[in-house]
Design a protein around this ligand. Sequence first.
Ligand SMILES: Nc1ncnc2c1ncn2[C@@H]1O[C@H](COP(=O)(O)OP(=O)(O)OP(=O)(O)O)[C@@H](O)[C@H]1O
Length: 623
Amino acid sequence: MATTGQSVPQGHAAIPPQNDDPRTDAATRRRRASPWRILKPVQGQIRFAMAISAGSALFGLAVMVLLMGVVQRLLEAPDQVPWPWFAGVALCTVGAYVARLGAFNQAHYAAFRLERILREGLAGRLARVSLGYVETQGAGALAKVIHDDVKALHVFVADSTPLYARAYVTPVVTLVLLVALDLRLALVALAVLALGYGILTRAQRRRRDMVRAYNAAREKVSAAVVEYVQAMPVVRNFDSGKMSFGRYQAALDGYLAVMLDWYRAAGFPARFSWLVLSPMPTLTLVLGAGLWLTALGDLAPARWLGVLLLCTGMAESMMPMMMLRHMIEKVALSVARIEEVMAAPELDAGQGGAPAADPAAPALSFEGVTFSYGPDLAPALHEISFEVARGSVTALVGPSGAGKTTVARLIPRFWDVDAGRIALGGTDIRAMSTDALLQQVAFVFQESFLFADTIAANIRIGRPGASEAEVIAAARAAQAHGFIEALPQGYDTPVGERGVFLSGGQRQRIAIARALLQNRPILVLDEATAFADPENEAELIAALSALMRGRTVIMVAHRLATIRDADQILVFDRGRIAERGRHAELVAQGGLYARLWNNYETAQNWSLGGARSPAAVPNEEVA
Ligand SMILES: Nc1ncnc2c1ncn2[C@@H]1O[C@H](COP(=O)(O)OP(=O)(O)OP(=O)(O)O)[C@@H](O)[C@H]1O
């Protein structure tokens, strides 16, 4: 189906451009970008490739003209072989091929350079945008831009730019030569071309609508495939695949209907126009007209032959032009997506260093912080204010969706606050450089990212210069040394893509070892025990205790037992702090926390036996 490379698709108006990407939103479609802008960094090299390619086209046309000369000489003096003309033909043929090869070489070099420049630019940009942007876009979608969309541009530069020059130079020069040789035959050839173009343009009239319908149908198929595959474990257990397969089937049927409609609407005229634009009709007509003119004694045979030779190339020279239209449409969506990432707002990082050691200021403070995830969304946090004293532990609890994770993520500036400020040691975090901020705070989130490297390397990310003894000490404190030692290659065991060879609890302990090595004064834990199974929960809690010792801690707590001893508990409810205090005070208050605690305890005592008693089921979701 794809029409990449240099092959010319038959009846290609019937083939819609490829856009198999569900990420293409309406805004992107509106902003279909021209590819030329993005090629600027390698513009010089591309122009050079185009110039060589134009040279190759001129050599090709020179071959035709010289062949005409050969025939003329042979007609004038049949017993004398016109060797110089033959030599000219041979030289120009070699020249055409060498120039063509050179053009494609240059275009490929430019494509490789561009690929590298774009990937570096995109990666650099992503390092400067807010983490919130990365999270909202989705790592998969961004990786696709860096990989697939950049690749699409590579293909465009490598294969299309030389064709571009040929597509313009050949028809124009051919036409000039034809007119110079014989205006009447030139007009015949032009008439055939005009007819072919007319039909093709008619065939493409509904193209834009069809492309839209086609893209929508493809997106539905993509989404249905992803759903079908991702939901496979659930599907197998519950509906033996019938329901989600039904959705997939419906998407495929819709896709087929669009394709058939397209084919019916554009298929025949498109194929017909390709037939008209192929060399045969032009040659037949020019041959007939030439015969007639020769019979009238009004056309020299050598000229006639020259026209025939040029006409063969003329129809063919139109092919690249049509192919290019298709290629540019195809690459425009990739360009739009690349430009969108390149235009993503950068985090306005301050230049300041670490906060001044103001002993009177709290380690961390939220001062009237209001934040919403988007201009049209209700605030996730309303005027949140609290202080965290140095060396103390603050726990964030509350029902699901109350805003706890949002608080944790605002500290490393996943997003910036809409109103109010967040300060470390009295300094607004927006005034600190990214490095200075990160030197103060370590984070352990629900799902810790492990690189496809060894366990030791993953721990060492915390402090690249750490010695082996320090890595092992951190792993010991994080209760990870035991299971690492038991692995066949110990600390040199590769953890696989995103740590798939390790359990959730093991991955978390490696992340804790990493944070221990970082040794930063403030620690933010977001549901760090969420993946703990009963077997390693105790170890995980021991690891966290080691990490928390002597540090200022903010923790989003899943298991309320882990926060009984917290110095301060902030109870969130619908984006506000509903209650605050220590465990005993809050339980005594008999409010939201007391209810959450009660439910938590009930849940802890819940057993299969208890499940038979309806009273034992908790009725409110615990954070
Ligand atoms: N990326 C996002 N885009 C838009 N809204 C979001 C986003 N993340 C969270 N929200 C919304 O912000 C509110 C607070 O969410 P948050 O994740 O902070 O709650 P939470 O208390 O941590 O919940 P949970 O305990 O279930 O993780 C919720 O209403 C949620 O729907």
